[in-house]
Design a protein around this ligand. Structure first.
Ligand code: ADP
Ligand code: ADP
Length: 239
């Protein structure tokens, strides 16, 4: 059951020197419900550009994007805003996305408040649910993200990404800044969430071995194009 499909996605930029650079070249991509798709490639190969097209921060110059079979390439305004809820991102350092004066509980439900008015009680309930989902104690709601460890902050980043109940999670170098043991636990959590929620996960990294160990399929990018699609080994085992 394909949930997201990109067909011939192409994005060009004009550089400072006036040269036209194809950052993303005719990329076909599909993601199924509950699937982990890995994307690897060296710096500058077009990974971030592709992600901006998938999350609709930018429009492709050519190609189209389908969500559950519906063409969403041309969506604008309110329709675009609503549609983008389905695809959420987890970044390398989520703390960068948190306002320094915001407590963890507020930070994780913030995306929700752009869409819904919630009573104080509803907010607290949602904060608790999300903290539980990422296996953090309830009372962390009152702490500041900068007082937490890297792994704890990444759990907050995942909680925030889940606040809108998305169907797809895009993890962009989400474990790159973490120690190996912490990295493993964050991936355990992602795999657990995937299993329970049937999340589609796109896991972007420069670390091919890691990506292969968790993905069902791996796309290798080079100079803006997809050069190879490998089967993942998906040998990752939960601790
Ligand atoms: P990656 O995420 O794999 O490192 P990017 O998608 O960031 O790759 O970049 C792909 C290419 O597109 C690079 O050559 C980069 O310099 C260029 N590029 C990316 N964004 C822009 C932009 N906004 N304007 C001009 N060139 C860009
Ligand atoms: P259970 O383990 O009992 O099956 P669930 O996995 O369905 O529970 O959900 C655990 C908690 O997370 C519930 O309180 C639920 O309201 C909340 N929740 C459900 N879906 C999501 C979601 N996509 N993102 C964040 N929280 C969710």
């Amino acid at each position: 059951e394909v949930i997201l499909e990109g067909q011939g996605l192409t994005r060009r930029y004009t550089t400072d020197t006036g040269r036209v650079l194809t950052a993303c070249r005719n990329v076909d991509i599909t993601l199924s419900v509950g699937e982990t798709l890995g994307i690897v490639g060296e710096s500058g190969c077009g990974k971030s550009t592709l992600l901006r097209l998938l999350t609709r921060l930018e429009k492709p110059d050519e190609g189209k994007l389908l969500f559950r079979g519906k063409d969403v390439t041309g969506l604008k305004g309110e329709a675009l805003r609503r549609d983008r809820r389905h695809i959420q991102m987890v970044f390398q350092d989520p703390a960068a996305a948190f306002f320094p004066r915001m407590k963890a509980g507020e930070a994780i439900i913030e995306p929700l408040l752009n869409f819904n008015r919630l009573s104080r009680q509803q907010r607290l309930k949602r904060q608790e649910e999300l903290l539980e989902l990422v296996q953090l104690p309830k009372d962390y709601a009152g702490r500041y993200p900068h007082s937490m460890s890297g792994g704890q902050r990444q759990r907050l980043g995942i909680a925030r990404a889940l606040a809108l109940d998305p169907e797809i999670l895009i993890c962009d170098e989400a474990t790159a800044a973490l120690d190996v043991s912490v990295q493993k636990r964050i991936i355990d959590l992602l795999m657990e969430l995937q299993r329970r929620r049937r999340l589609g996960i796109i896991f972007v990294s420069h670390d091919l071995a890691l990506v292969q160990s968790i993905a069902h399929r791996v796309m290798v990018m080079y100079l803006g194009g997809v050069v190879e699609c490998l089967p993942g080994e998906q040998v990752w085992e939960r601790a």
